[in-house]
Structure formats: C-alpha cells, structure tokens
Design a protein around this ligand. Structure first.
Ligand code: 5AD
Ligand code: SF4
Length: 472
C-alpha cells in the first residue's frame, strides 16, 4: 500500500495541540507519514480555533490557499477539525468545496474510518455529532516516542459547564466530562516510559475535575500523579478562580512535583464587568485566593488572561483592571480585545466598545505588564533555579557554523525559559542532557527569556558523571 503524506496545521490552544498529536498518532498507524509542508501532502488537516474572530479568519485564509492545490492534485484530501468545524459544520463545505471532511470536536478518534469513507464518497462528510463519553486516547505517546519530547500534554477532561457570557467553548466543546483516573495515570506512565519528564494536565476548568461524576477530586488526582515514579514535574491548565479550592492551594505546598506556577485567568478587575461576564467571583475573592497561594508558596509565578473592551466596559472599569494587574504583580499576562462570538450571549449585549478604544486599552495593559515583568525579573538576577533542559535554545537553532559552546534552553518550575551555554570541549552528548534538571544561576534578564550559567557545583557534577546528572 502506498505511503501517504499528511500535514496538520494546528491553530489555537493546548487542547488542539493534544488532539493533533492524537490524529498524527492514528495516522501513523494507518500508513501515513508526516511531512513538513502542506504543499507536498496527500492529506491536509487544519485543526481550528473559534475563540476569537481572528483565529476563525486564520482558518478561512488557510483554506483559501488550498484551492489551487486541490485543482492540481484532485487526490488531495482536506479535513477541517476542531472548534470551527463543530461550530460551522456544513457551512464550511458550502463555502469551501475543496474540503472533504468536517470533523467535530468529539470525533477525533474516529478519523481513520471517516478517511476511508471519503475515499468512496461523492459528497463531503460532515461529522459533528457529540458524545456523552470520552474516547480513549489513540496513543498520545507516539509523538513523544519519536520526537524525544521532554514535556507532554495529557487531557483529563473535556468541555465546559461555566458559560462565561463571552465564550464559545461550551457550545463547541460540549458539556464537561472527566476522564477516569486509571486511564489518565496509564497514559502518564506510558509517557514517562518513553522519556517524558514533565506533564501538563489539560482541561477547560481542571478544578472541577471529577466533581460531576463524584469521582476523585482534582487535588486527589494530583497526588496520584505525584506518586508516579520517573515523572519530575506536573503542571496544569486552566483553573477557574471560583473553583480554586483550599485543597488545591495546599497542593502547592505538599506535592514536590507540582510546579511553582499557576495560570489563573481573571478576565477583568471590575466587579460590574465580572458579573456581566458570569465569572461568579468578585475582585476581592480573586485577590484573596492570590494571597492564599502566596502564603503557601511565596515566590509562586502567577499568570493570567484579560479581556478588554467587554460590552459596557467604562474607563472606570478598565482602571479597575489596571489596578488589579498592579496589585497582583503577574509574572506574565495575556490580554485580548473582546471579540463577538455569535453563540455566546455577550454578542447580544448593548454598549459595544469600538475597535480603537479596545486597541488603546489592550496596549495600555501590555505596557503596564511589560514594566511589571521587567521590574520583577531584575530581582531574579543572582538567584539559582533548577531548569529542565528542553533542548537547544532558539538562538542556537538560528545560528550556523561551529562555536565553542552550544546554547541550551531550560524551563524553571515557574515556567520561565532560561538559556545557558554548554561548552563543547566537555565532549558530552547533548542528547543526554535533554530531559535532565540542572542548577542555573540567572545572570541577565532579556525581554522574553532569562540568561543563566550552570552553577560551579553543577558543572563539576556533570563532568564527573559524563553528562548523566540530576540536580547537584
Ligand atoms: N473575546 C476575546 N477573548 C476571549 N477569550 C475567550 N473568549 C473570548 C472572546 N469572545 C479569552 C479569555 C480566555 C482565553 C483563552 O481567551 O481571556 O481565558
Ligand atoms: Fe470559556 Fe468560561 Fe468555560 Fe473558560 S470557564 S472555557 S472562559 S466558558
């Protein structure tokens, strides 16, 4: 049977990255091979995001680029998967006849059978049904096994029941369902067995894991994951502040593998806007949770998401957001201009904010965060952090030719990237270093990364072990 080449264009969040890895994994078992460019592929999958209009536009412009390819190669198959597929269904094939299959968010695991079906079908297939159970992952370990990734995502739940008024997720990902703990633990053990050292547990709101099903709670699940031998680090995204329990806060103090970082999207600093967003917490409740986290772990890195220009947001509301940012002192923050999503109720709210005002506000928020990040990162100079080595740094990959040292990139527990030089004359195989945790002292602070040096003790230890090391 002819080996066919596939290309996946992944747009959007970590859930899509995970789903794309799943699709790649099942395709490889079915005589497909990944390729680097969609121009040479026999199968093109675009895994889509519907969270903001811009992400949706990206999908349409990519599909537009496929028209000439399909004309040149009628055997080419085009699949649209993910949130836009779920949301738009048949409207996609009406607008883009070059699409052969529209694959909804609950149908990822059935990709091979639909690919067979489109070979014979005269019409495009639209598969956007939703299911009440969570399909077992294909074999997410496949990607890591071949790519030697140090870090991997593991989905622990699907969907969302929160219905924030701006958000399309509950409509395109469906109701919240949690995966069984045994299934999650099995997947993580398999990942660890092929060299993964760090896992990120994924869910729209991991804090409500298991609640609906009356299963293991999220802090209990974390404890079980913490016990997995060979695993070094645990992260999770995303937490809804209203469900951040005291037990979860305590986990940051009790579980040695849980990283010293939490992403806690606040969205707005104004109680009036939080209410209109249906976030179900107030500014002071949010700040109280931040205090609790810092009491348990004083140097925890806290990151967040903001939406600016939500319908009806006044200058005073926006000022509340700026002061909240100043109060919390986030490590980093994402900020988005509010975007109408027609399924979401906020699209029918009055007092929409104009584009230029939204843009001006988002720029002010970015500027303030930049200042906060710069000021706080300066305080890291001279401190030592343990960094999990992910591979060569981006600078190194851009560089050509030979040099006396290779620049490696590691990630601290706080989720900060730190680049450091590793001398070539030690004769240590860099592949051995990947996935190892080393002690690095911060010597310089750049806008998006930190620069460090291996500590003297760490260097001596590495040399004595010929590259086989853990923190000295
Ligand atoms: N407009 C702008 N930003 C949005 N987000 C979610 N929905 C919208 C929307 N309609 C942002 C939120 C969320 C992040 C993933 O995307 O900040 O936390
Ligand atoms: Fe969207 Fe709110 Fe659910 Fe997050 S918690 S996915 S913002 S509805």
């Amino acid at each position: 049977m002819k080996l066919r080449k596939f290309y996946i264009n992944t747009i959007g969040c970590q859930m899509n990255v995970y789903d794309s890895a799943q699709m790649a994994s099942v395709l490889k078992q079915k005589n497909y091979q990944p390729c680097d460019s969609f121009l040479t592929a026999d199968l093109i999958i675009v895994n889509t995001c519907a969270i903001r209009e811009k992400a949706e536009q990206k999908v349409y412009s990519f599909l537009g680029r496929l028209t000439p390819l399909k004309k040149k190669n009628p055997g080419l198959k085009v699949v649209v998967a993910g949130c836009v597929a779920q949301q738009q269904g048949v409207r996609i094939t009406e607008r883009f006849p070059q699409v052969d299959l529209v694959l909804g968010t609950h149908m990822v695991h059935r990709l091979p059978e639909f690919l067979e079906a489109i070979e014979a079908a005269a019409q495009p297939l639209i598969e956007t049904g939703m299911t009440k159970t969570i399909g077992e992952p294909a074999s997410a370990i496949e990607k890591q096994a071949s790519g030697h990734d140090v870090s991997a995502f593991v989905t622990i739940m699907r969907g969302c029941d929160n219905y924030c008024t701006y958000c399309v997720v509950p409509y395109v990902r469906g109701r919240e369902i949690s995966r069984r703990p045994e299934s999650i633990l099995g997947e993580i053990r398999a990942l660890v067995a092929v060299g993964v050292r760090e896992i990120t547990l994924l869910g729209q709101n991991v804090n409500s894991y298991g609640v609906k099903e009356g299963m293991t709670s999220f802090p209990e699940l974390l404890t079980m994951v913490n016990d997995i031998e060979g695993l070094e680090r645990i992260r999770f995204v995303t937490s809804h502040p209203k469900d951040l329990s005291d037990d979860l806060v305590s986990a940051f103090g009790n579980l040695e593998k849980l990283c010293n970082h939490i992403h806690l999207p606040v969205q707005s600093g104004s109680d009036r806007i939080l209410k209109k967003m249906n976030r179900r917490y107030t500014r002071s409740e949010y700040l109280e949770k931040i205090d609790k986290l810092r009491r348990v772990s004083p140097d925890i890195a806290i990151t967040t998401d903001f939406i600016v220009g939500f319908p009806g947001e006044t200058d005073a509301d926006f000022l509340d957001t700026l002061t909240l940012m100043e109060t919390v002192q986030y490590d980093t923050a994402f900020a988005f201009e509010y975007s109408d999503r027609h399924e979401a109720p906020a699209s029918r709210f009055s007092d929409k904010i104009s584009g230029p005002v939204k843009n001006e506000r988002v720029q002010r928020l970015f500027a303030l965060q930049k200042e906060i990040t710069r000021k706080n990162r300066r305080l890291l100079e001279g401190k030592v952090f343990s960094a999990l080595i992910e591979g060569e740094s981006r600078n190194q990959l851009k560089k050509s030719g030979t040099s006396a040292a290779v620049q490696l990139a590691g990630r601290t527990s706080e989720n900060r990237i730190v680049n450091f030089d590793f001398p070539c004359h030690w004769g240590i195989d860099f592949d051995l270093l990947k996935g190892q945790t080393v002690n690095v002292e911060i010597v310089d602070v750049l806008s998006n990364s930190l620069r460090g040096v291996l500590t003297r003790r760490q260097i001596e230890y590495l040399k004595s072990k010929g590259g086989h090391s853990h923190v000295a």
